[in-house]
Design a protein around this ligand. Structure first.
Ligand SMILES: *Cc1c(COP(=O)(O)O)cnc(C)c1O
Length: 235
C-alpha cells in the first residue's frame, strides 16, 4: 500500500537499537548480548528488504501463508526466519521445512510432528517453549506446572533443539509490574536447565516492555511496532 519512507524506518530502527544498548548498560549486561528479532507480520517485502539492508537478519512472523510468501521471495537474502504465531496441527510441515526457529511451541503433539517433518538436510529446528506467565486463561502457552511435567519429553526429539522459553505477558502493565512475568520466566528457565539441555534463550520483551525484559535477562526481544510503525489489518 504505502511506500515506506526509508529514513523513517532507519530512524525507528536506530532508536530501538539505542534503547537496547541503554537497557543493556543500565543492568551491566554485555553490549550485544540481546538479539533483536524484527517482527514483520503484516509488513511488506520492501520494508523487510529495507531493514535487511540496514543489517537486520532475524525476522519474526505470525501468519503462516503470509510468511511463506516472504520467505520464498526473499530467499536469496539469507535471512533468519522465526515463527512466533499460533501453530495449527495440520500446518506443522511448512513450519518444519521453512523456518529456523519456532518460539510458540506449547504442545508435545506439535513438537513430535515438527521433529518428524524437519528435513534431514537442515540443522535441528531451534525452539522455545511458550509459557503463560500472566495466568490469563485466554492466552496460549504452558502453565509452569504443566511444562515441568512435560519438559523432559521435548529433550528427546533429535531434530528439535530446545533453546529456551518464550512468553507474551498481558499488555498494559506499568514498568515495575512488567518485570514480574519476565522474572518468572527466567526462574523457570534456570530450574529446567541441565548440563545436557542448556537453555540459552529467553524470548521476551516487545515494543512496550523491552527495557524490563532486558533487565530480567531477555536474550531475544521481539519488536514490531517500534521498528515498523503500527500494523494495519485489512483482511
Ligand atoms: C506481534 C508480536 C510481537 C511484536 O509486538 P510489538 O508490540 O508490535 O512490538 C512480538 N511477539 C509476538 C508473539 C507477536 O505476535
Amino acid at each position: 500500500m504505502t511506500d515506506p519512507d526509508p529514513n523513517t524506518l532507519q530512524q525507528r530502527y536506530q532508536r530501538v537499537l539505542n534503547r537496547i544498548r541503554k537497557a543493556e548498560a543500565a543492568c551491566d549486561r554485555t553490549a550485544g548480548g540481546v538479539n533483536l528479532l524484527a517482527v514483520s507480520k503484516t509488513k511488506g517485502m520492501e520494508e523487510i528488504a529495507s531493514l535487511a539492508d540496514l543489517g537486520q537478519r532475524g525476522f519474526g512472523e505470525s501468519y503462516l501463508q503470509e510468511a511463506l510468501q516472504k520467505i520464498d521471495r526473499l530467499r536469496d537474502r539469507e535471512l533468519e526466519w522465526h515463527f512466533i504465531g499460533r501453530i495449527q496441527s495440520n500446518k506443522t510441515r511448512p513450519i518444519a521445512e521453512n523456518f529456523d526457529w519456532v518460539h510458540s511451541l506449547a504442545s508435545l503433539k506439535h513438537a513430535i510432528r515438527l521433529n518428524d517433518q524437519r528435513p534431514p538436510d537442515l540443522p535441528p529446528l531451534n525452539v522455545c517453549l511458550q509459557v503463560n506467565t500472566s495466568g490469563e486463561t485466554s492466552k496460549d502457552g504452558y502453565s509452569e506446572e504443566a511444562l515441568r511435567e512435560e519438559f523432559e519429553a521435548y529433550t528427546k526429539l533429535p531434530n528439535l533443539r530446545i533453546r529456551g522459553l518464550m512468553t507474551i505477558p498481558a499488555p498494559g502493565a506499568e514498568e515495575t509490574a512488567q518485570h514480574r512475568p519476565f522474572e518468572r520466566l527466567r526462574l523457570l528457565r534456570d530450574e529446567l536447565t541441565r548440563a545436557e539441555t542448556p537453555l540459552d534463550t529467553l524470548s521476551m520483551g516487545m515494543s512496550e516492555d523491552l527495557e524490563a525484559a532486558i533487565a530480567e535477562g531477555a536474550t531475544i526481544i521481539r519488536i514490531g511496532t517500534a521498528i515498523f510503525g503500527p500494523r494495519q489489518y485489512n483482511q
